[in-house]
Design a protein around this ligand. Structure first.
Ligand code: SAH
Ligand code: SF4
Ligand code: F3S
Length: 439
């Protein structure tokens, strides 16, 4: 039998990147081989995101390109998974009639069954049930290639219902994976050479909260700390209202826990935070940051901010700017508020015009560039422990890795450094990376 080619394209967050890896692993077991050339594909899977309108539009334009390939190869199967699939279900087939498969965020483990059915009968399949107990959470797929870093899903879903956000509607309610499963998966990754794991969840701080008799997030971290071969642990994302004192202390107590936290703040105005249903105030957030810096002075802090949420005045926006000046984030991901179907903010008054959102974003991003560069420049001359992940993007005689604080470092070095932690003196700092010299 001829081998069949699978092309996977991923839009969206790390959760989606990891889900795509699992899709690839499941289909490889069925004899598919991954290709980077979409023209060669017998099966195309598009893993989609719906967090903002722009992401959803990208899905439609990408599908437009893929469906043209069907005119050349009638047997080509096109499947759409992820958050747009979850959101639109059957309606996606009306918009893009030549799709073969629409599958939701809780149905990934059934992908081989769906594809085999389509191959046999040519029938279209739509499956987006959120109520399926998700073995996807624990698809124990052996690592496919030797890697230094790996994602591990520890929970899925979200119970927070922030007023702007579609995720709770697309990923269902919070559900934590059993501790033993996670530890078993990480031990397996360690045996295959993985050195760093990033634990994934929409709100990792509430790990275990929705599971009877389960352990909490800090206990999970302490157990992973004991796994031989794993040198570094990261996690994303944390909700500021749920970050506990014991997690803050873990940054000074667990040697493998990286000195970086992504703690999305969204706004510096208490009025907007309350409208967003974030359930913390600016002062609560500042207090957490202070405690984190007390526990671990070198910690780097990144965050997310939305500009132009309904009702955001110049004064509210100024409060966000003032907060940024006070905290000085290492990195900030900032977005123009985007209206999403089904969310509470859709009906809120005081819509901010597109040009004003654009202007606020520009002001915020240029301020952040100053802060990021200032933080990076402060590292010049320092010696950093860098876990080497691979070759640099632009130059094969250079390798790249990350500091514990999640800064990218490029330096001249051999491929056999990959997977090791080496001391590097930082020579020059840029906005998105550092240049160093191995000692
Ligand atoms: N679970 C994560 C975030 C997931 S979405 C958390 O709570 O931290 C990632 C980021 O996208 C959010 O932090 C927010 O800043 C942004 N975002 C979400 N919905 C948005 C919307 N409707 N418009 C603009 N940005 C949005
Ligand atoms: Fe969305 Fe809020 Fe849940 Fe994050 S915590 S996924 S922003 S609802
Ligand atoms: Fe996008 Fe879904 Fe992730 S909406 S950000 S892919 S959870």
């Amino acid at each position: 039998m001829d081998k069949k080619n699978l092309y996977i394209s991923t839009i969206g967050c790390q959760m989606n990147v990891h889900d795509s890896e699992q899709m690839a692993a499941l289909m490889e077991k069925e004899g598919y081989v991954c290709t980077d050339d979409v023209g060669q594909a017998d099966l195309i899977l598009l893993n989609t995101c719906s967090i903002r309108e722009k992401a959803a539009q990208k899905v439609m334009s990408t599908l437009g390109r893929y469906r043209r390939l069907k005119t050349k190869k009638a047997s080509l199967i096109i499947g759409v998974g992820g958050c747009v699939a979850q959101q639109l279900g059957e309606r996606l087939l009306l918009k893009v009639p030549d799709l073969d498969l629409v599958f939701g965020t809780h149905n990934i483990h059934r992908l081989p069954e769906f594809i085999s059915e389509i191959e046999k009968t040519g029938k279209k399949i739509v499956e987006t049930s959120l109520s399926e107990k998700t073995p996807s959470l624990g698809i124990l797929t052996p690592p496919r290639k030797s890697k230094v870093t790996a994602f591990v899903t520890i929970m899925q879903g979200c119970n927070n219902f922030c007023a702007y956000c579609v995720v709770p509607y697309l990923r269902g309610r919070e559900e934590s994976r059993p501790l033993e499963d996670i530890l078993e998966e990480i031990a397996g990754l360690a045996r295959s050479g993985v050195k760093e794991v990033t634990l994934l969840g929409q709100n990792v701080n509430s790990y275990g909260r929705s599971t009877k008799g389960a352990t909490g997030f800090v206990e999970l971290l302490s157990e992973i700390e004991k796994i031989e071969g794993i040198k570094r642990i990261r996690f994303t994302t944390s909700h500021p209202k749920d970050i506990s004192d014991s997690l803050i202390e873990a940054f000074s107590q667990l040697g493998k826990l990286c000195k970086h936290i992504h703690l999305p703040v969204q706004s510096g105005s208490d009025r907007i935070l309350s409208l967003m249903n974030r359930r913390y105030t600016k002062n609560d957030y500042l207090e957490k940051v202070e405690k984190l810096r007390r526990s671990c002075p070198e910690i780097s802090i990144s965050s997310d901010v939305i500009v132009g949420f309904p009702g955001e005045t110049d004064g509210d926006f100024q409060e966000t700017i003032d907060m940024m000046e006070e905290i000085r984030f290492d990195t900030l991901f900032s977005f123009k508020y985007s209206e999403r179907q089904g969310t509470a903010a859709l009906k809120m008054e005081g819509k901010v015009s597109e040009p004003l959102k654009k202007e606020r974003l520009r002001i915020l991003q240029s301020l952040q560039e100053l802060h990021t560069l200032e933080k990076n420049k402060a590292m010049e001359g320092h010696i950093e422990q860098v876990l080497v992940e691979g070759f640099s993007k632009n130059c094969r005689s250079d390798v790249m890795g990350r500091t514990s604080t999640n800064k990218i470092v490029n330096f001249t070095g051999h491929g056999d450094l990959v997977g090791t932690i080496v001391p590097v003196r930082i020579k020059e700092a840029y906005l998105h990376s550092l240049r160093g010299e191995m000692l």
